[in-house]
Design a protein around this ligand. Structure first.
Ligand code: NAG
Ligand code: NAG
Ligand code: NAG
Ligand code: NAG
Ligand code: NAG
Ligand code: NAG
Ligand code: NAG
Ligand code: NAG
Ligand code: NAG
Ligand code: NAG
Length: 833
């Protein structure tokens, strides 16, 4: 449906929904014009950061000499100081004592000059300046103030974008990538090209397929997103041998990560509703079950040393100014060992755009500081903490001790990453550790492991390269380079486009781009059609890029842009040999037309595969790798977005408005390709599920802990419907083995996803939910055994309307696998008095 006909219908829906405050969000907001977006300096600038001059903090430089640690006696001598006079540089003392000494020496003005991401330091007492803002979403990125490429560090390894890496469902891979990124990050720090604090990963659940930042995330499943975050954070932060110590507040960190953007933030700019103005109306049930869950996992299990609060409001309150969502949750409930940072210019957004409580800039500063915000990222020249805290203190709005607390959190972290002392194991890292062959291979392997085969009629793929010597490569992405690295990218070590890679497999490659991604001009379709006629096999590379889906840019539909569909149909029609469609995109595309077109034998989704992604695609196409990736998001048909406005937050269907549910957990319609879908050159079946036992019995002292549960009409209420999980010891585990048999002629890796289904009589429950997965290699004709050990409460628990997480009594079901090959078995939960 065209945007023009969609728009009036959605407005109608918006003005009657309970979930949108019509006056604030949908009506008074200015349209999404260039002028309107330009009024939000920070975010726009961060989206466009590659084009802006970077802030070059360089190494710690004193009198023209470079140092990799603040506490170097020679550095102090250069400043005319004796390091022995400064307790904070005495490495035989504890971090807390050193930090107390440092903060105690600072004047109020010096303190305030260090509350922003471009911290000024204090030369008087030997404290260097520090740039906090670096990014490393899928490789060290040029986004942010504190990282730059050039001279001795021209490039760094570019891994696939996260949505693709997620599709590998391989936790070992996720962690290995993060370890490689942090090694390059640490080397770049030693060379003065980046800081040690990386504001990655992005772990917002991809609630809606239109969101422009789906490419940055691990997808739509809160469990998977949480597990991705744990592996990324552990891979980045952990120093071997001190992963767990007695005191997590002083555990050394290789580099620091930041889980963002907390929370219920997954709308950038949709029909003029921007992330700055959006008031996310969210139920507490959805908060616990979906929006907050990955963050809790990231902090509690990953021990991430930072969290970033998001621009949006939640139920009326700006997140960064909400003490309940911030300090109470992070510090009291989750025991965050680290610091809390704002999204860039959040305080300005609260003051200027949201006009929160009609306060002054000083009141905005006081509110966020009391809510627990330690560091203010400011993109533009104004940094609210650095510019308004002094007057806030003078006006009696902020206590100096609030500032001290923030600084203590910041300097404890800088102690742990070795800003003051460096970390001996990492001091030798340098140019030889960046862009290595080993990391290049890991990046290509990540894309190979993740690529998803969506269609493969009559085993069209793999192609035998020796039989297809003259091939046609057509379409906007056939020679993709920058498009392959997506956003939050750095400078890749090198590009290997599909054209480059396929050219080494075929004797003759006819390349016709035909049109760019927007594909508004069909005048060059003719040569593409001619090339297809003449070729023994035709590859059509289509999809999206940052001109269609990006930060500040949500999509209006799920279709291929412009005339890409027409290009695909014309070329496919004309092709003499097999036709393979390759899609580069972050979020889903409704390619039903191609799925149904018998001329198109195979469809591959390659996400944004990283700098050398062309190699991974060729390896899959020519059978050097047997694909095994599975979709981490539902691929809806385009009609989905006509049924539900992006601003409606509930995950469950809203019958009143005819809204379908969201994600595989609640969407009960027919998807083009469901979550967990992905073919292979082999066929796998699951069998021999050896089950622990078919019931879980929990003994109770009395029924006083029993909680009510919503039942469907006609459902039989049990005397003790459910128990609240945090009141149970929950030691019961469900152990079982699954045999995965490969019926094909090629070895391959299969992802076994395990779901639980709540008892059928429970109302408003998820259709199913992921509770575990493993990727396993199975030789041709062989069977591999996979062992699962699931905690009964975690696997069978669900979040009630009350936002309690409960274990329901009754018969749940464990489902192993997706689609036709899935096998399942019941598990009965009973409470015994
Ligand atoms: C210090 O580091 C900067 C940035 O890497 C570099 O340009 C400069 O040459 C270095 N200076 C010395 C003395 O090594
Ligand atoms: C560092 O502190 C330790 C313990 O208090 C003390 O023995 C030592 O002399 C101090 N070192 C310096 C250089 O001041
Ligand atoms: C804001 O603070 C920064 C850093 O202290 C300073 O350089 C700048 O001049 C200040 N700007 C205003 C408008 O006060
Ligand atoms: C492929 O893209 C690269 C990088 O943009 C460009 O240099 C090259 O000329 C392109 N190849 C063809 C055949 O157009
Ligand atoms: C379409 O592309 C052709 C060939 O590059 C060009 O001559 C023509 O002006 C373009 N048309 C439009 C409307 O941009
Ligand atoms: C057809 O393919 C051959 C190589 O197989 C090539 O030499 C020729 O230029 C192609 N013709 C067209 C019209 O693409
Ligand atoms: C899907 O959910 C809606 C809303 O709850 C319901 O009306 C409809 O019957 C369901 N459809 C299917 C196929 O279960
Ligand atoms: C896998 O099974 C499907 C359906 O049974 C069949 O059509 C297909 O040819 C099989 N593929 C392989 C590689 O065995
Ligand atoms: C409720 O219990 C009755 C009697 O035990 C049984 O026949 C019926 O199937 C149950 N209904 C549901 C929805 O479980
Ligand atoms: C998972 O990733 C690791 C690291 O890249 C790789 O060695 C392993 O083979 C992968 N596992 C499977 C089953 O594909």
């Amino acid at each position: 449906m065209a945007a023009s006909s969609l728009f009036p219908r959605l407005l109608f829906l918006l003005s009657f929904t309970l979930y949108i405050p019509p006056s604030s969000s949908s009506r008074s907001v200015p349209p999404a014009t260039a002028a309107a977006t330009a009024a939000t300096p920070a975010a726009l600038a961060s989206a466009l950061a590659p084009g802006l001059p970077p802030y070059k903090p360089g190494p710690i430089t004193t009198n023209g000499k470079n140092y990799t640690k603040a506490c170097d006696p020679a550095r102090f001598a250069d400043l005319g100081l004796d390091m022995a006079d400064f307790l904070y540089c005495n490495s035989s003392l504890g971090y807390a004592e050193r930090v107390r000494d440092l903060v105690g020496r600072m004047t109020l003005v010096e303190k305030i000059a260090n509350l922003g991401d471009r911290a000024q330091g204090a030369a008087r007492i030997g404290l260097p300046k520090y740039g906090w803002w670096s990014e490393a979403l899928h490789g060290v990125a040029s986004t942010g103030h504190a990282t730059y490429f050039g001279d001795v560090v021209p490039a760094a390894t570019s891994f696939p974008n996260v949505i693709l890496t997620a599709a590998a469902f391989n936790e070992t891979l996720w962690k290995a990538i993060a370890q490689a990124i942090s090694t390059e990050g640490r080397a770049m720090y030693n060379l003065g090209h980046t800081g040690l604090t990386f504001w990655s990963p992005n772990i917002n659940v991809a609630r809606d397929p239109r969101w422009g930042r789906v490419l940055e995330t691990p997808g739509e499943d809160p469990y998977t997103v949480g597990r991705y975050s744990v592996n990324f954070v552990r891979g980045m932060q952990d120093v071997q041998g001190s992963e767990t110590t007695d005191d997590p507040h002083t555990r050394p960190l290789k580099v620091s990560t930041c889980c963002k953007h907390y929370a219920a933030y997954d709308l950038d700019n949709w029909f003029g509703v921007t992330r700055f103005d959006f008031d996310s109306r969210v139920t507490q049930q959805d908060m616990v079950e979906t929006f907050v869950r990955p963050f809790e996992t990231c902090v509690r299990e990953g021990d991430s040393s930072s969290i970033m609060c998001s621009f949006n409001r939640i139920n009326g309150i700006p997140v960064c100014a909400d003490p309940q969502l911030m300090s109470q949750t992070f510090r009291d409930d989750w025991q965050l060992h680290g610091y809390i940072v704002s999204d860039c210019d959040s305080i300005e957004v609260i003051y200027e755009r949201q006009k929160w409580l009609n306060g002054t800039p000083e009141e905005a500063v006081a509110r966020v500081m009391k809510a627990g915000l330690d560091l203010d990222c400011g993109y533009g020249p104004l940094n609210y903490y650095m510019n308004f805290t002094e007057s806030a203190v003078k006006q009696g709005l902020v206590r100096e001790s609030d500032i001290d607390n923030a600084l203590k959190n910041l300097y404890m972290l800088l102690m742990r990453v070795g800003f003051f002392d460096n970390i001996p194991a990492f001091e030798p890292l340098g140019t030889n550790d960046i862009c290595t062959e080993e990391k290049r291979e890991l990046a290509v392997d990540a894309a190979r492991q993740a690529i998803v085969l969506l269609k493969n009629d009559d085993n069209t793929l793999p192609l035998d390269a020796s039989k297809y010597k003259s091939i046609a490569l057509v379409g906007p992405h056939a020679n993709a380079t920058e498009a392959m690295i997506g956003n939050y990218a750095g400078i890749p070590c090198r590009y290997l486009s599909p054209l480059d890679a396929f050219s080494t497999d075929a004797d003759s490659v006819e390349y016709v781009q035909a049109c760019d991604v927007k594909c508004t001009n069909d005048s060059l379709f003719g040569p593409a059609v001619a090339a297809a006629k003449n070729a023994s096999a035709t590859f059509i590379f289509v999809g999206l890029d940052l001109s269609i889906e990006a930060e500040e840019r949500d999509r209006m539909d799920l279709l291929l842009p412009g005339s890409q569909t027409e290009l695909v149909n014309k070329v496919a029609d004309a092709s003499a040999g097999p036709v393979i469609l390759v899609i580069l995109s972050g979020s889903c595309l409704d390619v039903s037309f191609a799925h149904e077109n018998p001329k198109i034998g195979a469809i591959i989704w390659a996400g944004y595969p990283g700098g050398e992604g062309g190699q991974a695609i060729a390896d899959v196409v020519f059978g050097r790798y047997n694909p095994g990736g599975k979709l981490p998001i539902t691929w809806y048909k385009n009609e989905y977005i006509e049924q539900i406005p992006m601003t409606s937050m509930p995950l469950r269907p809203v019958d009143e408005f005819g809204y379908p549910g969201r994600t595989y957990k609640f969407f009960n319609g027919t998807a083009l390709y469901p979550f967990g879908y992905g073919l292979s050159y082999s066929n796998y079946t699951y069998g021999g599920v050896r089950c622990f036992s078919s019931s879980v019995t929990i003994s109770l002292d009395s029924t006083e802990f029993c909680k009510p549960l919503s039942y469907k009409e006609g459902g039989n209420a049990s005397t003790c419907p459910a128990l609240k999980i945090d009141e149970l010891p929950c030691k019961e585990t469900m152990e079982f083995d699954v045999g995965v048999t490969n019926h094909g002629t090629r070895g391959g890796s299969n992802v076994v996803i395990v779901y639980s289904k709540p008892p059928a009589e429970v109302a408003d429950a998820p259709l199913k939910q992921v509770v575990g997965y493993q990727r396993v290699f199975v030789p041709a004709g062989g069977t591999a055994k996979v062992h699962f050990s699931l905690n009964a409460c975690k696997a069978l628990g669900l979040v009630e309307k009350t936002a309690y997480t409960v274990l329901p009594s009754g018969t749940s079901t464990i489902v192993v696998g997706d689609g036709d090959v899935a096998v399942s078995f019941p598990v009965e939960v009973q409470f015994q008095l």
